[in-house]
Design a protein around this ligand. Structure first.
Ligand code: SAH
Length: 350
């Protein structure tokens, strides 16, 4: 396989061009083609000699993601994209338009092996990790297709980013590099199911990205029923790792809580949540669960969700209900990809 040129940091690219016998400024030119002008072929790099372009082609590949399907919400302009990777794997990304700017949600793996019971992305298991460039290319392709500038990135699509740690960290460096798209680290959020050792590693990277922790249960026992990963990393350990992240980075942690009717939206759940979150300087984001065809979870109605939120708010918790975007398109995480998988597979294998 040829080398993945868009996954090199600026410094690594300098080493590569030196190895090709080229001067350091060539690395700057190539980096700009790859990460600012968003070129998907070497032929676009017109300020490089034909000879150099041929030598690049012989050794490297750009591996862009390719659009397979796009849906646009009539309600709020949300765009959902299904992208095909070089080896045929499919991933989903979403562009959400807010007053404060455009936010893109990207996938970090093709599939997922974490097994959260309400999530569509984990149903077929993990196919493979995405490379740093495949994570970046989702954003680049969306900028090119929509001609919109992306200002915020959330790593909340398919996959567990901290289960693909090295590629994920590299992706953040590339995304926020001043020579590239130069997105502020403060405008990037990573969501994790709670892989404790990797949360602690991330705290040491001294980055300014926001950590979002998928909580979903207010006790170890309740969380374990929804998230098998809780068997490996207990609630107290996860919370303590998040505290460390806050101490080391100064970034307030967001807790995500998918509200499932009759499962985790009762009074006692609210009380337990308060006892966990009250001592912490954090934010709680409630997500009324998105019904997934293969699962049988029911979302609370608007009034129940508001009641739950009010109880927490009255106890001094900083809480919001996630605004639903693009509910007229295949909204829930992983559903566009699932629908595609169903088309490709005989019915009895699903
Ligand atoms: N692996 C990461 C990213 C997952 S997706 C993580 O676990 O955090 C981002 C968020 O959406 C997570 O909090 C996830 O638990 C939640 N989620 C997944 N499926 C959902 C569904 N059907 N309804 C509501 N939230 C869901």
């Amino acid at each position: 396989m040829k080398k993945d040129i868009r996954s090199y940091t600026y410094d690594e690219l300098k080493t590569q061009t030196a190895h090709l016998g080229e001067k350091p400024f060539r690395a700057g030119q190539i980096y700009k083609w790859l990460h600012v002008k968003l070129a998907d072929t070497f032929d676009e790099m017109t300020n490089l000699s034909l000879d150099l372009r041929e030598r690049l082609k012989a050794e490297y590949e750009i591996y862009p993601v390719e659009l397979a399907e796009r849906q646009i919400s009539k309600l709020d302009g949300t765009n959902k994209f299904l992208f095909r990777l070089g080896d045929g794997n499919m991933v989903e990304s979403v562009l959400m338009k807010y007053r404060h700017g455009n936010s893109v949600c990207i996938s970090s793996q093709a599939g997922c092996r974490m097994g959260c019971v309400f999530c569509a992305s984990t149903i077929g298991g993990l196919n493979r990790n995405l490379t740093a460039s495949e994570m970046l290319s989702q954003i680049y392709q969306i900028q090119k297709l929509t001609e919109e500038r992306v200002s915020n990135v959330v790593v909340m699509g398919t996959g567990e980013p901290l289960d693909n740690y090295d590629n994920f960290v590299k992706f953040i460096h590339l995304l926020t590099d001043e020579h590239g798209l130069n997105i502020s680290q403060r405008n990037v959020t990573v969501s994790t199911c709670g892989i404790v050792p990797r949360i602690l590693d991330l705290a040491e990277e001294k980055m300014q990205i926001t950590l979002a922790l998928s909580l979903h249960g207010s006790t170890q026992e309740k969380r374990r029923r929804l998230m098998p990963v809780a068997d490996r990393y207990r609630l107290e350990e996860v919370l303590s790792a998040c505290d460390t992240y806050f101490e080391k980075t100064g970034r307030r942690v967001t807790y995500e809580y998918s509200l499932v009717h009759g499962v985790n939206d009762r009074d006692e759940d609210a009380r337990e949540l308060v006892s966990i979150l009250k001592p912490r300087n954090c934010h709680l984001n409630l997500i009324p669960v998105n019904p997934v065809k293969e699962r049988h979870f029911v979302r609370p109605d608007r009034e129940n969700a508001l009641n739950f939120k009010n109880k927490l708010e009255k106890s001094g918790i900083n809480v919001t209900i996630r605004r639903e975007m693009g509910s007229d398109i295949d909204g829930a995480c992983g559903q566009l990809r699932r629908r595609y998988a169903e088309k490709e597979m005989p019915a009895d294998e699903i």
